[in-house]
Design a protein around this ligand. Sequence first.
Ligand SMILES: Cc1cc2nc3c(=O)[nH]c(=O)nc-3n(C[C@H](O)[C@H](O)[C@H](O)COP(=O)(O)OP(=O)(O)OC[C@H]3O[C@@H](n4cnc5c(N)ncnc54)[C@H](O)[C@@H]3O)c2cc1C
Length: 390
Amino acid sequence: MDFSLSDEERAVRDTARQFITREVMPLEQEALRRERAHQPGLDRSELRELQLKAKKFGFWGLSTPEEYGGMDLPAVLQSLIWTEIGRTFVQFKFGGDADNILYFANEEQKREFLIPTIEGDRISCFAITEPGAGSDAANIKLSARQDGGDWVLNGEKTFITNGNDADFVIVVAVTDKEKGVRGGGTTAFLVDREMGWRSEFIQTMGEGGPASLIFSDVRVPARNILGEIGQGFELGMKWIGKGRYLIPSQALGIAERALGMAVEYANTRETFGRKIGENQAIQWMIADSEVELEAARWLILRAAWTVDQGSDPRHASSMAKLHGAAMVNNVVDRVLQIHGGMGYTRELPLERWYRQVRLMRIYEGTDEMQRLIISRDLLRGYTKIGGHLA
Ligand SMILES: Cc1cc2nc3c(=O)[nH]c(=O)nc-3n(C[C@H](O)[C@H](O)[C@H](O)COP(=O)(O)OP(=O)(O)OC[C@H]3O[C@@H](n4cnc5c(N)ncnc54)[C@H](O)[C@@H]3O)c2cc1C
């Protein structure tokens, strides 16, 4: 058994780390200042400038096929890079990527939606969640009714990331009530904002915020169907599946950085005439954080590795998402505690992470949904205890 990274993996990870450290981290204090003033930490043009700079280092389209100018990296490498991105709280990501399901587009749609998204000229969002259907995504109601050569969409989506900024939405709608959502009764549509949907910002405890999307008789030409009629729910589940190992990968980077801050603070802050790190109460918080962090690392890398093997990654990804999200919440909470009153201030990023990482237990499948998947796989015998080593 070999737990070491290959030379290539180490080189790519180190270059990503260098870029984040040299180009992104210096923007952190300004990002904090802006966020305290309720502005975005990084605006769209600054993000693009950074992404184009990263392109010169070779980072462009981590998951984008080479024929579209991307790196088409294996999942393990993508996971390692997302961990590096997690080290900074500046809302940065490398450019050149598009939603995985946009590759189901036909040639004309690829020119209109996929390629401009990869290039960063257009912003997409993906919408399946509705006010009455989150975890129970099969309960969606937003309808698409055929009318001549068009489809007419009515209903509401909610909690849509980028919903306020997006130029177009990939929306999953019910096209055949009789067949039902799981029986091929849904279809995904590519809908430009100009076609008439509107967005309403939702205030959350995090920075930025998702949006509700309202569709009232929005007329969409049939040529804007993504994939096949009846394939909507399947595409939606594919979109969600990807985040299940990348979200915890980012969580790992956050936890590593935060734990590093705790170690430094414990070694310098003095109370009662000695360093706080000399107290067992602090030592145990550090020890527990390190153990949970390492356990998460191997669950995450195993999930990414499963993707690279071409095997079904759902069980491994659910374990990685469940434990990764819990781990980062525990670690950030402990690190904030170790910093005492300073941890609670907006001088440090800790309270910001505390708010940000809470989301990781909710979106792209709540903790409870991950537990449901993991236990169902075992109870129904879909997977063996111990996974690939069994
Ligand atoms: C900031 C943010 C961004 C998001 N971005 C997007 C996006 O871009 N696109 C998109 O489509 N959606 C997005 N979502 C939606 C997100 O995926 C849902 O919020 C999530 O799936 C949970 O659904 P819900 O909020 O309706 O909670 P509910 O499904 O109503 O669940 C409420 C609680 O009940 C629990 N629960 C539900 N059913 C069961 C059960 N059977 N057993 C045990 N417990 C259960 C849940 O785990 C949860 O704790 C986003 C959400 C947020 C907050």
